[in-house]
Design a protein around this ligand. Structure first.
Ligand code: COD
Length: 305
């Protein structure tokens, strides 16, 4: 059972060759520090794309030697992202990482039909949390890409996340599909979708996991709360993955866990032609480093599948 994000390190392939990671718009202090630290620990090989003058100035202040890493010049963040995504499209690296550029700008470029990183699947965001008050790591999806997913999109988001968890060694992750309440309410669409997803799982239309829902947040993560409400569930209180109804709920939960609960987090975009590290500007350097670790493990598995 995974209880700490640092355990991701043990999951790196024994014959792991450091994966090539492109940092798009490299003039971002936290990202640069995390990338160089991961490169120095042989987790990745770094390629920096961005404004050379600003990046070098930042490296000097941070006391980092970036002279040994490949550098591709770009005049602005849009050019940096476009160049980076095109390099990924051409198979020049295994992982893409967002530097000093807006999330939507980065994602729109990734979705470009001609030179993007589409794979035919829905792309979605996967976040993995270490929360002191929970007995194991817990995944949350989708808090950053799909704004208001319909049922079909929720199936794809769920399958993307289950694939990540299966690859991390969790054979049958327990999935709680969240609503505001644990009973189906015909006026609350999230509860209807949750019930359908549970039934599809029972009928083997969604595989390699145990799905239950609707569950409210408290009974998804607390055995006492589930008992109190007399909920019979194989998932309640022992959830590995929380499926969010939409981006607003997901994003508020993400930030509440980080800012109120001081949780640690690693996150990435999955479902594309390669994993994409897409932490937000407010994420810590540790979160960026752990996300690189998560993406490196995912890239090892990507190569095998
Ligand atoms: N997976 C695969 N294809 C997709 C996806 C997806 N998740 N989303 C859109 N597409 C395809 C569509 O089918 C279409 O062919 C094309 O991409 C364009 O679709 P649009 O018009 O919806 O694309 P955009 O560029 O307007 O929007 C895509 C974004 C991902 C940018 C948008 O959904 C978005 O802004 N998401 C929220 C990002 C955000 O602000 N996160 C902040 C949280 S920190």
């Amino acid at each position: 059972m995974l209880t700490k994000l640092s355990q991701l390190r043990d999951l790196i392939d024994k014959d792991h060759k450091p994966k090539k990671l492109i940092l798009a718009a490299s003039e971002d202090a936290h990202s640069l520090n995390a990338v160089i630290s991961a490169a120095e620990q042989n987790i990745i090989r770094a390629i920096l794309v961005g404004d050379k003058e600003k990046t070098s100035g930042m490296a000097e202040i941070l006391n980092l030697d970036i002279s040994k890493y490949e550098f591709v010049e770009a005049n602005n963040s849009v050019e940096a992202v476009t160049t980076s995504v095109k390099m990924m499209h051409d198979g020049r690296a295994d992982v893409l990482m967002k530097g000093k550029v807006g999330t939507s700008d980065m994602l729109s470029c990734v979705l470009n039909k001609d030179y993007g990183m589409r794979s035919g699947n829905l792309l979605s965001h996967f976040a993995y949390f270490e929360v002191e008050t929970y007995h194991k790591l817990i995944a949350v999806t989708d808090v950053a890409m799909n704004i208001a997913p319909n049922l079909k999109e929720k199936i794809a988001i769920l399958n993307n996340a289950v694939k990540v968890l299966n690859n991390l060694g969790i054979e049958m992750p327990k999935v709680a599909v969240l609503g505001a309440v644990e009973k189906v309410n015909t006026e609350m669409e999230a509860t209807l979708d949750a019930a359908l997803l549970s039934k599809m799982n029972q009928r083997d239309q969604i595989l390699n996991c145990i799905v239950d829902g609707p569950l409210a947040f408290d009974n998804a993560i607390s055995v006492e709360s589930a008992k109190h409400k007399q909920i019979k569930s194989d998932v309640a209180g022992d959830t590995d993955l929380l499926l969010m109804p939409d981006i607003e709920v997901g994003n508020v939960l993400y930030k509440s866990l980080v800012f109120f609960a001081r949780a640690k987090v690693a996150s990435m975009i999955v479902g594309a032609s390669a994993p994409i590290v897409l932490t937000s500007r407010s994420d810590s350097e540790q979160a960026k480093f752990d996300s690189i670790l998560l993406a490196a493990v995912a890239a090892d598995n990507h190569k095998k599948s």
